[in-house]
Design a protein around this ligand. Structure first.
Ligand code: PLP
Length: 217
């Protein structure tokens, strides 16, 4: 793993972005090995799996929840999660705000945007996001820190680039319109093993890479 890890983490750092090492399905030993090589940001997509791993690993790991999150599970991770990437409804945002207040934290979150061609029930589309942000409540304990998206699952890299480019344009527009002067709205979580280089070129600040670092799942 070390060669891949060093090469990829250097490329991500050179682009000014942060590498989130996606450790889902991988054992804590593999995570610890990467931790020892210097990695601190790790991503999991399931609450229960993250819950099991966290107590077995060092306290200074920054845990990113990158997968779909159900409202009734927010309470389990509110005390420690570093960032929640896939917030896809106003109701989930309100629940994170509530659970973060209970543990006296402000939790950074990203709003998931549906950019791929595939049908999915997850993520806002651009219109929904404009409508929601224009009229959003004031949250004390949740901080909207940017956007997250997943490109279409395809070999057509022109298509993937177009989708990432579109997400970056939306990010710029929303930042200007709804987050002017808010330095916290700064993150764009896009790019995985197959497309992270394109994502970095298109302005990603957080790439979520699993397979290339840990091997196939
Ligand atoms: C699994 C996963 C990744 C990483 O995928 P790889 O192709 O293994 O790099 C990134 N983002 C999300 C939301 C995931 O669930």
């Amino acid at each position: 793993m070390n060669d891949n890890y060093r090469r990829i983490s250097a490329a991500v750092a050179a682009a000014g972005a942060t590498l989130v090492a996606v450790s889902k399905t991988k054992p804590v030993d593999a995570i610890r090995e990467m931790y020892d090589a210097g990695q601190r940001d790790f991503g999991e997509n399931k609450v229960q799996e993250m819950q099991e791993k966290v107590p077995q690993l060092p306290d200074d790991i920054r845990w990113h929840l990158i997968g779909h999150l159900q409202r009734n599970k927010v309470k389990y991770i509110a005390s420690y999660v570093h960032m929640i990437h896939a917030v896809d409804s106003p109701e989930l945002l309100a629940e994170i705000d509530k659970q973060a207040a209970r543990v006296n934290r402000v939790i950074p979150v990203l709003l998931q945007v549906h950019i791929a061609e595939e049908e999915t029930k997850f993520g806002f589309d651009a219109e929904e996001l404009r409508a929601f942000l224009g009229d959003r409540p004031v949250y004390q304990n949740v901080r909207i820190s940017g956007l997250m998206g997943m490109a279409t699952f395809t070999d057509d890299m022109t298509q993937v680039r177009k989708e990432f480019h579109g997400l970056k344009s939306l990010f710029d527009e929303l930042k200007q319109t709804y987050f002017a002067g808010d330095e916290h709205f700064m993150h764009l979580s896009m790019g995985m093993s197959s497309d992270y280089e394109i994502a970095l070129e298109e302005g990603s600040t957080l790439v979520r890479i699993g397979t290339l670092l840990f091997g196939a799942r």
